[in-house]
Write a protein that binds this ligand. Structure first.
Ligand code: UDP
Length: 449
């Protein structure tokens, strides 16, 4: 079969951190001549601004009419409605497509996806939007909960902090050993059984040991980094942006402000799309930034603004800029940015790694803990803040971490490591690199009619 006749459906979940890597993977496939249909919720298809002309977007669930996660039943209600409508519409999409569908690439969080693919007889690729290490760390819980004997010994991650069970978002009342949100996340394992490929937005050299452990479990393929090509190999024409934003970015304001700053002088702060620091933590962070010797650019989403101290937002001060949303990649790639205070969501972590920006890791929950651990101890591209007995990271501790990166001797080491990883990230996705070769391998397989 010719490449142009291969049709892949990519099933993307809602949320900035899920959409970004899957759209980018779709663009990579499209740039290599594959016809791609992205199936997702209506709110996503409406918000996506641009993509390759060979990617078609199809809504398989009208979440706008039913209020999405804010609708009846909250997150659980949304998941149930998405499943009911999504199963039906995805089946129709695959069955009625003029171009026969060869493969379904689905977010591993969409628990019903693999059975639709299996029912329709198309190849299956489960796509994880967390790191290989984070998923590996869930494996013992999965085995315990499903009462299965582990087929391989658990991957050993000495010194890994707890995944922060008390701070997890709710997904209904607790009824057993693990909260419902954990049980929901663990379903990704069942959703990957018999997948033809298990894909990760990562690259082999970044998580070598975990990837090698995981390949005993699954046909794992690292296909990242999934940043727009302009920040990596520049081989995908016009790919300079994710094309999806949950808020309108204050691009001009941010970039003009950064242009006025010296190289490596600015601290950039963002806690991702689900940012939810408590007021005490926000006040401590605000004080640390005011007292630090560095300028700062802080993303504070509208839902978080009321937690800022009164008068913090002093429009006459040039030291700090607070915005509701920014073009994070452009910001991280700007020469003025010297470090990134981050919750260590996986996309933000991969972006900092790919752009060589050192991190102050302030993880809040789940995989962020694992990512932060890797940032400090494995890759040594940043430093992790410590919190007190109340779970709050105090202003002095935040200042200590900023200084360590921006001024200290250790900062120089960290910067060197960050540049080394940046080179490896680019090599992985560049022509013939490990991630690029995996994408080619998948395409070659799909071309065999
Ligand atoms: N992001 C952005 N502008 C902002 C803050 C975040 O474009 O002001 C993007 C960021 O580049 C990343 C995504 O939002 O791709 C956040 O994903 P991540 O996995 O880091 O965290 P999550 O939102 O899933 O917690």
């Amino acid at each position: 079969m010719e490449k142009g006749k291969v049709h892949v459906v990519v099933l993307a979940y809602h949320g900035q951190g899920h959409i970004n890597p899957m759209i980018q993977f779709s663009k990579r496939l499209a740039a290599k001549g594959i016809h791609v249909t992205v199936a997702t919720t209506l709110s996503n298809t409406k918000a996506i601004q641009s993509a390759s002309s060979s990617i078609v977007f199809e809504s398989i669930y009208d979440d706008c009419a039913e209020g999405g996660v804010a609708g009846p039943g909250g997150f659980r209600g949304f998941l149930d409605r998405f499943e009911a409508s999504g199963t039906r519409n995805l089946t129709h999409l695959i069955r009625d497509s003029e171009r026969p569908v060869k493969c379904l690439v689905y977010d591993a969080n969409i628990t019903w996806a693999s059975s639709v693919a299996s029912h329709m007889g198309v190849d299956r690729a489960a796509f994880f939007t967390q790191s290989c290490a984070a998923i590996a760390s869930y494996y013992p819980m999965h085995c315990e909960l499903s009462e299965v004997t582990p087929s391989v010994p658990a991957f050993s991650l000495p010194g890994l902090p707890e995944i922060g069970l008390p701070n997890l978002p709710s997904l209904g009342p607790d009824t057993g050993r693990y909260p419902p949100i954990i049980r929901y996340l663990l379903q990704q394992f069942d959703n990957s059984v018999n997948a033809d490929w298990v894909l990760f937005n990562s690259f082999d050299k970044l998580e070598e040991d975990v990837v090698s452990w995981m390949s005993k479990l699954w046909p794992v393929r690292t296909i990242g980094p999934t940043l727009p090509s302009i920040y990596l190999d520049n081989r995908v024409e016009g790919d300079d942006d994710y094309g999806f934003n949950i808020h309108k970015p204050n691009t001009d304001t941010c970039m003009k402000w950064l242009d006025s700053k010296e190289t490596g002088s600015v601290v950039y702060i963002s806690f991702g799309s689900n940012a939810n620091l408590n007021t005490e933590q926000t006040v401590e962070l605000a004080a640390a930034l005011k007292q630090s010797n560095n300028s700062f650019l802080w993303v504070v989403q509208p839902s978080e603004e009321s937690k800022l101290p009164t008068n913090f937002h002093d429009k006459n001060s040039d030291k700090g800029l607070v915005v509701q949303w920014c073009p994070q990649l452009e910001v991280l790639a700007h020469h003025a940015v010297g470090c990134f205070i981050s919750h260590c969501g996986w996309n933000s972590t991969m972006e900092a790694i790919s752009l060589g920006v050192p991190m102050v890791a302030m993880p809040q929950i789940l995989d962020q803990m694992t990512n932060a651990h890797f940032v400090e101890y494995v890759w040594q591209v940043g430093t992790m803040t410590k919190s007190d007995e109340k779970g709050v990271t105090r202003r002095d501790e935040i200042k200590r971490c900023i200084n360590e990166i921006m001024e200290g001797e250790r900062g120089q080491e960290i910067r060197k490591n960050a540049i080394r990883l940046k080179v490896l990230a680019k090599e992985a996705i560049d022509e013939g690199g490990s991630s690029d070769s995996y994408i080619d391998e998948i395409i070659s397989h799909l071309m065999v009619a």
